[in-house]
Design a protein around this ligand. Structure first.
Ligand SMILES: NCCCCCc1nc2ccccc2[nH]1
Length: 290
């Protein structure tokens, strides 16, 4: 441990730890589910940490929030009903709210402290909660999805933390089945899907489960987020049987109907959308395996 520095040490990435210089610790608490900390870093703005794992920083959160939201929503013509599982910081809500075609945005976050801390310390992220189309449900995403009528949503976005902790069951097969049931035919899901450098085995299992459950398209995309372990993070993009979805070629350009022209996108664009699905050979071998 280096005084004045935060190091992200975890058994999920043994032998390595990204570190950020701490200017000031702004919040430390313990919710019913996890330790919650916020600190002012020297070079990445404010940082949200759950159980010692970096969840977002002000400097690079745009990459993750924009990609996890626009990869699925630009792949279907007219999203109207969207569900976010996790994502209590509100960043995905901010991005989902850009689509004027959307009428209903539900979010199910298990930890109320994450919501409250985000509103207090990350107002530019939690701004997503201000959209009148948003309804917050505090509770377990699995139970929420089981109670949802079949075929309700055009899109589900699973903005989870990592498999160790409260999000563990969001990486398991039964959860993907409940997501599929809640989606309309040709509906899409996008999940936080770890790092190809660190978690190829987890990704292999997730892809195998998704291939069995989602009979439309199943693709893996990835992007750069400097403050996530190994500097990259991926996404599973799946669609249910029904109207075909080609994730690699967006049909619904975000800029066409962006309701937030005053806050332009910092990261996502249609070229980086297509590029996100290009994988190194060691990952293609596992993910594209027929
Ligand atoms: N080790 C990579 C972690 C990725 C975390 C993504 C993320 N960031 C979040 C912030 C608040 C609530 C849920 C979240 N999920």
């Amino acid at each position: 441990v280096i005084p004045g520095w935060f190091s992200e040490i975890s058994p999920m990435w043994p032998g390595e730890a990204h570190s950020l210089k701490i200017e000031k610790i702004l919040f430390q608490g313990k919710s019913d589910y996890q330790d919650v900390m916020v600190f002012q870093s020297s070079t990445y703005g404010k940082v949200l940490v759950l159980d010692g794992v970096i969840q977002l920083t002000e400097r690079d959160e745009c990459a993750y929030q924009e990609m996890i939201t626009h990869l699925p929503l630009c792949s279907i013509p007219n999203p109207t009903k969207v569900l976010v599982i996790g994502g209590g910081d509100g960043g995905v809500l901010r991005e989902v709210a850009r689509y004027s075609s959307i009428e209903q945005i539900d979010i199910c976050e298990i930890d109320k402290m994450v919501v409250d801390v985000s509103k207090q310390f990350f107002p530019a992220v939690a701004v997503g909660y201000e959209d009148p189309r948003v309804t917050l449900h505090v509770g377990d995403g699995v139970a929420f999805l089981k109670a949802v009528p079949a075929g309700t949503y055009d899109a589900v976005i699973v903005d989870s933390s990592d498999p160790i902790g409260p999000a563990q069951e969001l990486f398991e097969k039964p959860f993907f089945q409940t997501v599929a049931n809640a989606l309309r035919p040709g509906g899409v899901v996008c999940t936080q899907a770890e790092s190809i450098w660190l978690h190829m085995h987890i990704i292999e299992d997730i892809v195998a489960n998704c291939r069995q459950i989602f009979k439309g398209s199943v693709n893996y995309a990835w992007t750069t987020v400097p403050t996530y372990p190994s500097g990259v993070i991926g996404f599973m993009l799946c669609s249910t049987e029904g109207p075909a979805v080609d994730f690699k070629h967006p049909v619904n350009p975000i800029d066409a109907n962006d309701s937030q022209k005053s806050r332009p996108l910092k990261f996502y664009n249609s070229e980086i959308h297509t590029a996100a699905f290009c994988l190194p050979s060691f990952a293609k071998k596992v993910i594209d395996a027929k």
